[in-house]
Structure formats: C-alpha cells, structure tokens
Design a protein around this ligand. Sequence first.
Ligand code: SAJ
Length: 458
Amino acid sequence: MPSKSAKKQDTKKKTTVIAGEDLASRLEKKIKDRSASIAIIGMGYVGLPLAVEFGRVGFKVNGIDILEKKIKTINAGKSDVDDIKDYEVKELVDLKRLHCTNDFSVLKNSDVVIICVPTPLNKTKDPDVSFILAAVEQIEKYLHQGQLVVLESTTYPGTTEELIRPKLDALGLKVGRDLFLAFSPERVDPGNEKYTTQNTPKIVGGTTPACLKVAKAFYEQVIVQVIPTSSTKAAEMVKLLENTFRSVNIGLVNEVALMCDRLGIDVWEVIDAAATKPFGFMPFYPGPGLGGHCIPIDPHYLSWKLKSLNYYARFIELAGDINSHMPEFVVEKITKALNSRRLSINGARILILGVAYKKDISDLRESPALDVIRLLQEKGAKVSYCDPFVPVIKMDHGPDLKAITLNEKTLKSCDCAAITTDHSSFNYQWIVDNSPIVVDTRNATKNVISGRKKIFKI
Ligand code: SAJ
C-alpha cells in the first residue's frame, strides 16, 4: 500500500501534520535500532528501573521529575530507589544515556513518553488522578507526530481511553495514525531480587492495533515476555485484578485469624496445614493490616469506577474494612498481654519492632505499624520503636519518633515488645528471651523456644 501523505494545517495547534501510514513503522524502526529517544515522567520505584533497563540496551533516556533532590541524585550518578544500585545509574549517566530534569521541553524530541506517576487516593478514598493529568498537560504542549505515549500508573479501567485519548485527539493528531497511545501496568515488586523489571512479563494494551504493535515492539527491547491485551481497558483491569486478588485474600485470611482467635485455634498452624494441599490453595498470612502503595490503594480505583456504573464491589469494600481494622485487633492483643501481668495499657512502655509495611524494606507508606503506634498513643501508652531500615517516623500528630537501639536494656525495660514487621535481621529467640511480654503479629517467633514464657500471637 503506497504510503499516503498529506499535509494539513491544523488550525488548533498550528502544526503541520504529515499523516502517513508509515509513522508506526518509522517509529518501530527507531525503537529497534535504539535511536528512539525515551522520556520517563516520574523517576520513582517504577520509572528509574525502567530508565536503567532501556539505557542499558543503548537508548537515550530523559528522566523527568519534579523533585529537585531526586534530579540531583540521579545526575550525580546515584540511585534513590532501593532496587537500583548507584553504579547502575552512574554508568548510564557517564555514557550520557540517562539524564534527569524537571524541564518538560525535552518531550519535543522524545519519540516515546512513559508516564510513571503516583495514583494515590484522596482523603475521601477516591482516586486522585491529578498527577496523571498534570503529566498529560505537559505532554500536550510538546506532542508531535510519530510519538508513542504509554501510561504505566495503576488506575481505573477507562482512564487511557476516556481521560487521555480525547486530550490527544483534540490536538489534531489522530491517535493510532499520527501518534500512538497504550497502557502497560507496572509490576515492580520492591525488594524482590528474583523478579525484576526485565524478567517480569509485561502486559500491554493499545488504543488501536497500530498502538499495540508499536508499544509491544518497544517493551520487547528490554522485557523478556510482553503479553498483549485487546484494549487499554483490559490492561488496566488486569493490574487491578492482580492487586485486588491480594487484598481480598489477605482480608479473608485476616478474618480467619479473627475467627481462630475466638475459637482458640492457632491460625498459623491451620494455614501451614492447608498449604500442604498441592492444588487449589494458595497461602496468605494474617498480619497487623495492609500496607504499601499498591494493595491497599488499587482495589479502591476499581470499586470507585464501578460505583459510577451503579455497581457496588462488595468484596473489595469488605476486605478493605477487615484489613483496616487489624491494627485495632493488634492493640486488643497487646492489651490482653499486658493484662496477663496486671498492667494497664495507659502508661505502659511498648516497644514496636519493625515499622516498614513489609519485611526487609524501608517503605513506610500505609504501614499498619503506624496505625498501631497511633492507637497505642491514644490509649496513653509510651511507645518507642526499633527498625533497622527506618531511622525516623514523621508522625501526623505530635513529635517525630526516632528509632531506638535494640539491645538487652531496651527489651528488658519495656512492658511489652510487639513484632509488627518481621525483618530478617531481628534475632527472635534473643527478643523473646529478653522481653517481659512479646506480641507477635507475623508469626516471626515460630521457631523460637519460649520455655515458660507465653508469646501472644494474632
Ligand atoms: N500482607 C499480608 N499477608 C500476606 C501478604 C501480604 O498481611 O499474605 C501484607 C504485607 O505485610 C503488606 C501488604 O499486605 O503490608 C502488601 O504486601 P504485598 O506482599 O502485596 O507487597 P506489595 O504491596 O509490595 O505488593 C507488591 C505488588 N506488586 C505490584 O503491584 C507490582 C503485588 O502485586 C505483588 O504481588 C507483591 O508486591 C508481592 O508479591 O510481593
């Protein structure tokens, strides 16, 4: 098919548009010979690893971020993301394949733009897509023909099609012909050394078949397996199913823990025994609540969208309710443990062991340990904490809490030590031997010989 080309003056954007069917193949060629220039908006735990992967295979990557400190760190050849080492950034910066800036005008010369900005919930637990909108507003300023725009931020089904596409179409450039638009969910698991950006299969949905083809070719340059979906909506839903699956199953197992507590059954024994079933079962474990930037947040993007379609996502809401009440259950357990020594929670010296939202990382976002600390303080307890990954906690109310050193003295001088994050570096036998009372919310003491000392487990 001879490539058509026609010039038309776009009154809205004063841009000469060369509509041509070969724009996709031209971009695909630049992708395959690595001459395509990439811009990644949002250089966090998703954006920076992506930049490193593409820089490593020869692409020139401009990282765009609003945080001056982050920009300086990356351009100095250092990483501020746990999973990326300084040397990985330095070698790309030295090769001039990675540069970070807050100047969106680099988009003028970018062939591929990836949006990796946060999608939190606002105070009323509704999706906050303001970061996506802010990024798209900048993209609109520098949009040009032949560009591929990919949204990676987790969001509700329809965001790419209903929120982004109309903005780009309105500029006179036709999505699927003059430029390309796709959605590809991030699957970064912080701290996971086995599954990295490169070897975790990547879902990609295109606005049109041409968009899918180009986006798939793009990710195939660095990711071992790229899985296409029939639409951007399907790709958005895949991510939400993945994380809703976890939040609902964690909610289920937390409710099982509440039931076992009332039945006087050890929930950990029950789960371990059920996990011997070689098919049809997948173990999840109770805990002090649901932390992190994904699992507690993402499912509410789905339930919010469905509410607008007059559907109430009961499982999501129920799991959210159970998970968010687990910190209260932990405080009840601590109260019961103190009572066993005729101690009141008011005035008790409680030592919290581990505050990150999950073990062996430093991330505090949505950490249930913070809720446990707040609830204990509200009841008059004197709370201190130890966490080798978290030197200080900026509390919403009251003074910052600084981590104290974990030693025999700090253990012996508290009334109760509560394990809320089961970091591998803790010595749990030593903790039990030296603490007057231990509350364990993670079954971290499963291999400990406690002798006559009772360990209070959830
Ligand atoms: N949690 C439990 N019980 C469980 C599993 C987790 O209480 O059985 C708690 C954790 O302590 C944490 C929260 O849930 O507070 C979330 O834990 P997570 O293991 O789901 O870890 P995240 O939030 O880092 O989730 C990420 C997700 N990755 C992406 O979204 C790309 C998730 O999809 C991964 O499955 C998860 O890592 C993982 O498997 O580690």
